[in-house]
Design a protein around this ligand. Structure first.
Ligand code: GLC
Length: 555
């Protein structure tokens, strides 16, 4: 049985995702700064947070909000300076909060010096740093692959008279990991940041780094006559060799963690990816977020789903990491809509939904990752027009929906439901203008509900989502079975309640979360001999749960 002593620091803590552009602006420029994060470290500490994953803050033209890196060793001036970053790392370390950097290594910005050189000619030392191909015999793109953000995955380059591959936007050319110089350069960058004392890395889009040996058209999967690039390039044989090399050169001998973003890895493959024999400590896999969105991630065609589908996905991931590796628990990130909309099929208060799902987030086995604003109970924003959105994927999904014959209203509704911008609106600190996020004009509109959904108001309200998150963080700290106990699903076929038991050494907890809008019942012998440790609705009646009520029992 696992005990606290067996676990590393990052397995016992709570991680928090900071989207720096929307966290706190200390300069009145409308976008957040690194100094803003440093200023709020005590707030994060009050949530039990011991690691902050900061999405890319490197120098970037910001076509994809920093996921198009120009220089991995520079801070983008909009966020501040390297001295600000050093200060954040130092202040964080003083408070027991480690900074986790986001490594975007599948691609760079087209403005990265490597690509600027590479595109110049087929000769030269950077010629082979990206994925270049001659045109097809008809002069068109080498294959029919569609990029993840829509349109062909190939872009023509006049200078070289060749196409280059971009899994994401045309401004994000894919690196050629087959080239050992590329791999060495990336390892050096990771070590540059590790040497600064960061606590770990989140590694972006990592399943796409290994391209297939032969580039061939894939089956057409939509009316645009294309095939998703994903199908041809995700999780290709040989990828793990690259990653073992990376792990040995960066991770070994350091007290850090690495979590990979791994779309395309199934729960039953997790054992090759995580743990002693694996390449990462944890892996963000998306089987549960695909439940409401569908694996094809076509927003105008969402999936039909029921609670047992979600529970099944979560249980599969829990079981796959029961004996090896570790699971990063998440329901939100900067690419997902807000969980209070995404994972509920009923009406009801957003705050109640946030508390019910927050209970699951903080009591499953693994390291919880809280997306900024999730602890306040954000809903999706009501976007009135496509012009209000910033995100390039949202615009492309909108165009795709129109092309598929959906009306502008239907296309907008799909974006309201799934847009990544729902997760990216500014963090709401208080009820003052712009929710205290900026003295300038916010780059993305502040949510309409900011007068009540904000850190200051919720800190003063014992029933708020924020107070509930703090209560659960304290509960985790006091009840080790919530951290290291085993996971056993209960009531697996129930369509209202997600229930499980966490069995520790000499102590156990049972969590019951009614994720439906109707009252629910359960067999009270499941919690026999236990006492109520925490409940979203205060005292509870044994054997019944009110709509959206979640309880934690323990003994
Ligand atoms: C990852 C990031 C996403 C970004 C994409 C391309 O999926 O999370 O925000 O757009 O990679 O870098």
């Amino acid at each position: 049985m696992t005990t606290l002593n067996d676990l590393a620091w990052w397995q016992k803590t709570i991680a928090y995702e900071v989207y720096p552009k929307s966290f706190l602006d200390t300069r009145g420029q409308g976008t957040g700064t690194l100094a803003g994060i440093t200023a709020k470290l005590d707030y994060l500490r009050s949530l039990g947070v011991g690691a902050i994953w900061i999405t890319p803050c490197y120098q970037s033209p910001m076509v994809d909000n920093g996921y198009d890196v120009q220089d991995y060793r520079q801070i983008d001036p909009s966020f501040g300076t390297m001295a600000d970053m050093d200060e954040l790392i130092a202040q964080g370390n003083e408070r027991g909060i480690k900074v986790v950097m986001d490594l975007v290594f599948n691609h760079t910005s087209e403005q990265c010096a490597w690509f600027v050189e590479s595109r110049k000619s087929r000769e030269g030392s950077y010629a082979d740093w990206y994925i270049w191909r001659d045109p097809a015999p008809d002069g068109g793109a080498p294959t029919n692959w569609r990029s993840i953000f829509g349109g062909s995955a190939w872009e023509w380059c006049e200078e070289r008279q060749q196409y280059y591959l971009h899994t994401f936007a045309p401004q994000q050319p894919d690196l050629n990991w087959e080239n050992p110089d590329v791999r060495r350069a990336l390892i050096d960058i990771a070590n540059f940041w590790a040497d600064k004392g960061v606590g770990g890395f989140r590694i972006d889009a990592i399943t796409y780094i290994k391209k297939p040996a032969v580039f061939a058209d894939g089956p057409v999967d939509g009316e645009d006559g294309m095939s998703a690039v994903h199908a041809a390039t995700a999780n290709t044989p040989g990828i793990l060799d690259f990653l073992h090399e990376f792990k040995t050169a960066v991770r070994d001998g350091r007290d850090i963690f690495m979590v990979g973003e791994a779309n395309g890895v199934a729960a039953n493959e997790l054992d090759q990816w995580v743990g002693e024999r694996g390449v990462f400590d944890m892996l963000f896999e998306f089987s549960h977020t695909h439940v409401p969105m569908g694996a094809a991630e076509v927003w105008c065609r969402p999936a039909q789903w029921q609670l047992t589908d979600l529970k099944h996905a979560l249980t599969a991931s829990q079981q796959a990491t029961a004996d090896r590796g570790w699971y990063p628990i998440f329901f939100e990130n900067h690419d997902q809509p807000r969980s209070t909309v995404n994972f509920f099929r009923c009406d009801g208060s957003v705050a109640a939904k946030a508390k019910a799902l927050g209970t699951v987030l903080l009591t499953l086995r693994g390291t919880p990752f809280v997306m900024q604003g999730q602890e306040l109970g954000y809903g999706n924003r009501a976007w009135k027009s496509i012009d209000e959105f910033d995100d390039l994927q949202t615009r492309s999904q909108y165009e795709f929906a129109l092309g598929e014959g959906f009306s502008p209203e239907e296309a907008l509704a799909a974006c309201n439901r799934f847009s990544r911008d729902n997760a990216r609106t500014p963090l709401q600190w208080d009820a003052s203008a712009n929710a205290g996020f900026t003295a300038g004009t916010p780059w993305l509109p502040v949510h309409d509900d900011y007068a009540t959904v904000n850190v200051e108001a919720e800190s003063a309200d014992p029933d708020s989502p924020l107070s509930w998150y703090r209560c659960l963080a304290e509960l985790r700290a006091r009840h080790s079975e919530l951290i290291c106990g085993s996971y056993e699903e209960l009531m697996a076929t129930d369509e209202q309640v997600y229930a499980y038991r966490r069995q520790g050494e000499g102590s156990a907890a049972v969590v019951l979360a009614n994720l439906s809008g109707e009252a629910a019942t359960y067999d009270s012998t499941l919690v026999e001999g236990m006492e109520l440790l925490a409940g979203t609705h205060g005292p509870t009646e044994l054997g019944t749960l009110r709509p959206l009520e979640a309880v934690v029992f323990g003994a």
